[in-house]
Design a binder for this molecule. Sequence first.
Ligand SMILES: [Zn+2]
Ligand SMILES: [Zn+2]
Length: 293
Amino acid sequence: MFYYLSCALIFVSAYVLNMTYMSVFFHRAFAHKGLILKPWLRQFVIHTGNWVTGLDLKGWVCMHRMHHQHVDSEKDPHSPVNDGVFGVFLSQHYSFQRILRGLIGNRRTFNSVVEDLNFPVSWLNRRRYWLLPLGLHFLIGAGISYFSGGILIGACYWMGIASHPIQGWLVNSLGHYAGYRNFDTKDHSTNNTMVGLLVLGEGYHNNHHHQPQSVKFSHRWFEFDLGYLICRILRAIGWAEFRKDLATENHIVLGAVDDSLGSVLSRLSPENANLDSTLDLVLPQKRKEEEVI
Ligand SMILES: [Zn+2]
Ligand SMILES: [Zn+2]
């Protein structure tokens, strides 16, 4: 019995670690800048992101911003409207590979989307060693199995840490196909309770498309956003801060970068001071109030 409980604990730990990188760091912090990481944590995620998740941080942010930019249109990198619910599983993979090649090849179409990210595509992808992180996790899982005396516990580690293709598919397909809507956005985004609970709040996708820059994805009392709870813990221990934007439904091109936001970000991280037009994807048209809380 203790062994099976250990297996479950290992799976959940690896799963939450992977999803914390994907939902909290990649998505809320780097793609939308709703969560502002302290400089040391930002550098830590830049250097460990690909190894932990198996996905290149810059490539993932580029694909996700393009999804928001072209949501449910022909240019959307992954949409059940174009590819069908099950087809999204493959389209998200092929789009990611195409975008990575574009970034490595310095194609303006892709580089312009992530100009604010002043770090390159990981050397793992530049040198086509993209399977190395999965191999590393396989070895860690094998080591856990060897020292604990059972295969299952190592398999649980590997399934938890390498679960992002399933998580991504759940959000990218069902989040635009099945569920309820709190907001009348111009896309097909939906809130899916099952996906919301399984994928750290990412399933409240209609809420997210309504206000992408918000660090909080839940809106109604029964929506539980575990990713937001992790963000609050990071803020409580002083590892991150929230950026708070209020009062808008429009997320369109900004004419200029807001000075106050720039100064706040530069205080936290000099690299973040290099804001440019890529923030069109993450900032609202109008701001009645903007502050770090
Ligand atoms: Zn979406
Ligand atoms: Zn997003």
